[in-house]
Design a protein around this ligand. Sequence first.
Ligand code: PMP
Length: 449
Amino acid sequence: MKRSHLIKPILDQVYPVIDYGKGVYLFDKEGKKYLDGASGAVTANIGHGVPEIIEAMNEQAKKISFVYRSQFTSEAAEQLAKKIAALLPGQLNWCFFVNSGSEATETAMKMAIQYWQEKGIHTKTKVLSRWVSYHGITMGALSMSGHTSRRARFVPLLEDFPVIHPPYCYRCPYNLEAPSCSFLCAKELETVIQRIGPEHIAAFIAEPIIGAAGGAISPPEGYFQIIRQICDKYEILFIADEVMTGSGRTGRMLACEHWGVLPDIVTLGKGLGAGYAPIAVAVASDKVMEPILNGSKSIMSGHTLSANPQSCAISLAVLEYLEKHKIMRQVEEKGNYLKQQLEEMKDSYSFIGDVRGKGLLLGIEFVEDQHTKKPFPRKAFVTQRMVELAKEIGLIVYPSGSGIDGVNGDSIIISPPLTINEQELMELIQLIRDTFSAFSKSMNLSGKA
Ligand code: PMP
């Protein structure tokens, strides 16, 4: 085999070479067609090869591709910030552009700490988060992440940020059911704050729907309202990490909007550039910016390529495309239909434990026994097997699950481009069925519950 100089995720694995993409489809160099049922990593929100975006890309490239943010601003960056402020609810008006979701959550963390410093409070430096969460791979972002396998090698180097249980209703940490549970998992936040002392806590960060670590775990109605109240009561900022859930993925600009809850800082990534450009953003509210504007007048963060005009022009074109084609309006309907189809598959496939999520961010958790919810043994590598079987068949799905306490080890995310049409949706459903049938066969399962 010809040697490769590229460090791929698994070094001894052979990856198909992708040639081009069109809409919801990808084509490799061998001519094999894949339906992108995951939008890559919940990123290609408007599908591949969209002419309007390519045009915007070329137009910006003809003008200017790079300026350094401490020397110049650009029309593209100004317009994108204006557009995001207009699309987001409440007073989320201040955009700090970066190049990845990890940079966005780290920037959000720094903004929160700086906010308190500018108000003269220097002890509020901890960020609380939840087990079964993912906020990014850099050390600050990983410190906030409850993702066992991604943390494991670096634990001694990570900040010791406290965590609370997630609203993982399928396997409730308290063995209760919502809403009669009184949302004990949300109220845990208050207990932890009291234990540590609110004077040490800058912010609480959460994904509105837990993505990579849990497989689209959506909270029960009422959960985030309680979280918001507790944050307000103890003067702690609430950071919503909407890198995966934002930019229209659940049918709204922010998933938080489903529960009428406003964060103080929000992060967007992935779908913001829809894979056409590496871009992400930490957006701060007027409240957060006020002491900074009256104080040092500068956020202590930044990267050489922050607010890169090329990335900003592309992201602006993506947001305009979403608006022009009214794409967000159809997301809930498509998502509800897909979710219902997945639910119905439980009758045919005994290994489907839970179907969850919102809009076109849906998760499926796999179990050995539907009734007892017993997970598959780790050594069966069920998620990996499912992802590989799907790929062989011509379907891309996204692996999730962090193996927290060994219970939620196996889940996948189904998150096709938001632009998927009816016929493609039917094809996606059939390909999922084919994958599940192939899985049953490979595991010698009978197929019926
Ligand atoms: N936050 C969330 C919620 C994410 O899903 C991800 C990526 N999976 C990140 C942060 C990190 O983003 P990136 O991979 O772009 O650094």
